[in-house]
Design a protein around this ligand. Structure first.
Ligand code: GLN
Length: 499
């Protein structure tokens, strides 16, 4: 029999329906694999009982001849940014240590309602701030991938980042610890880790997935989405995650399309835009070559290729790194030692001192850096010079995309300017780290759906991803272009097991 942990969502769903195996067997296989992969540090909490309960419910429903739910028998991983009732939820920060939510996030509830079970809570960058997983308060995740060439430093097997912030999710899927996982994306946190680990992930249009019960980072950008082995699995999982929620004021009151049923890798009649400003300085030749390959695959699928211009692209990163910290500094004001998690109350301290001690002890360095930047750009003397200006730039970036849609249906770009880098390689230099988000941030600022699909391997044997960006609410075209590329890329590489 095939190893059940090699199966993705669709194969598990169909196999359970047909009785090829039981949901319990699937859950047991993944639970055992999670337990044997502690060295990757992908899970912060393991919840086998949750997975078993959902599996048993699926098996019971099948035995009773009931119609099975869309994700019946599918165990998944949950990024620790989602509040899960009765299960510790820390956003990988000390300041939330000990916090056990008395409620369930809307997206996780939607997944349980669809029949999925939870294998555990996945490690991530603290408060989703980071691109490498190194800002987690509980130690970084280690990518299951390794270079095949000893690396630039000549040091063999230097541990690599699985990307960030959803690095626990990407590592767990690539290592076959779960068939799929939730991610969140504020400036690239679903797409970049997906690219670094050879999996697929989609950030839907802002407002498709409820933010209710998701620990807030930058509320005008935060959006949940699925990470999985392939495009079809992303479509299935996004259908379960998305939907209107009156408890989130920015939730879109729209029906959820049947994305899986609408999948087609035929791009005849579609125009694919290639934004010339994404040809950035010092881009490795391998990334450029992959992009050209992606263009050739899109043509082969019947698409017409058009060059487009997004002239404000180069202002996207600076605008993002003003807007996101500004919103974060406001959102993170709630962690004061009174209401959640950690409280540091030195002897004889007054309230003000308790706030300061708690926040000093509870937040990591990157989170503090962003709170300081955010507070600065929102301060009375600098608000107009920074925050207002960045907000104007954001509008110009959104208009660039609107103009591009006059001549194309989706855009095709690389997902990240490099393959996975070694842990420690960029952590001393925040700007180098931020530059990693150059291709993912513009679509986040414009609230557009965007996905990453694996395109191939670089010379060191590491995965590279291609990004597809779509019009607002047009996830279907994004998924279809992703499928066309996936079908032609034939990406089957997987990390050799060493853990
Ligand atoms: N790497 C980006 C940042 O650090 C994006 C993070 C995210 O999308 N959550 O802000």
């Amino acid at each position: 029999m095939t190893d059940l942990t090699d199966l993705g969502i669709a194969a598990i769903r169909d196999g359970v329906r047909e009785g090829a195996f039981s949901a319990r067997e699937v859950a047991e296989a993944f639970v055992a694999r999670v337990a044997a992969a502690k060295s990757l540090n992908a899970f912060l909490v393991e919840t086998p009982d949750h997975a078993f309960a959902a599996a048993d419910a699926a098996d019971k429903a099948r035995a009773a001849g009931e119609t099975l739910k869309p994700l019946a028998g599918v165990p998944i991983g949950m990024k620790d940014l989602f509040c899960t009732k009765g299960v510790a939820s820390t956003a990988a920060s000390h300041i939330l240590e000990g916090f056990v939510p008395p409620y369930e996030s809307r997206v996780s509830q939607n997944l349980w309602d669809a029949g999925a079970g939870m294998l555990g809570k996945l490690n991530m960058d603290q408060f989703a701030m980071g691109s490498s997983n190194e800002t987690s308060a509980f130690g970084n995740v280690i990518s299951p991938w390794r270079r095949s060439d000893g690396g630039a430093s000549g040091k063999n097997w230097a541990p690599l980042t699985p990307g960030g912030s959803s690095g626990g999710s990407s590592a767990a899927i690539a290592a076959r610890l779960c068939p799929a996982a939730t991610g969140t994306d504020t400036g690239g946190s679903i797409r970049q880790p997906a690219a670094f680990t050879g999996i697929a992930g989609i950030k839907p249009t802002y407002g498709r997935c409820s933010r209710w019960g998701v620990v807030a980072f930058a509320s005008s950008l935060d959006q949940a989405g699925p990470m999985a082995r392939d495009v079809r699995d992303c479509a299935i999982m996004l259908e379960a995650m998305a939907g209107f929620d009156p408890r989130d004021a920015t939730s879109l009151d729209l029906d959820v399309p049947k994305w899986e049923a609408g999948l087609s890798g035929d791009l005849k009649g579609k125009k694919i835009g290639i934004p010339k400003e994404y040809r950035v300085e010092n881009m490795p030749a391998e990334i450029e070559a992959l992009w050209q390959q992606g263009i050739a695959w899109a043509k082969d699928a019947g698409a017409e290729i058009v060059e487009v211009s997004l002239p404000h692209t180069r202002y996207a990163l600076p605008a993002y790194y003003i807007i996101a910290p500004a919103e974060a500094s406001s959102n993170l004001a709630r962690y004061d030692g009174v209401r959640y998690g950690l409280r540091d109350l030195p002897d004889g301290a007054n309230l003000q001192e308790m706030y300061a001690a708690t926040r000093a002890a509870g937040f990591g360095d990157e989170v503090k850096r962003r709170i300081m930047i955010g507070t600065y750009v929102l301060s009375a003397g600098y608000y107009d010079a920074y925050f207002t200006q960045a907000s104007k730039v954001r509008t110009l970036i959104a208009r660039d995309f609107e103009a591009a849609w006059e001549s194309c249906d989706v855009l095709l770009t690389p997902t990240a300017p490099s393959a996975a880098f070694a842990l420690g390689e960029k952590s001393a230099d925040p700007i180098a780290m931020y530059l990693n988000d150059v291709f993912t941030v513009p679509s986040s600022l414009a609230g557009l759906p965007a996905m990453s699909v694996p395109g191939g391997l670089d010379a060191a044997g590491l995965p590279l991803g291609l990004q597809i960006i779509g019009k607002p609410l047009d996830e279907q075209s994004v998924l279809n272009a992703g499928l066309a590329i996936e079908q032609r890329a034939g990406f089957t590489a997987r990390p050799e097991q060493w853990w």
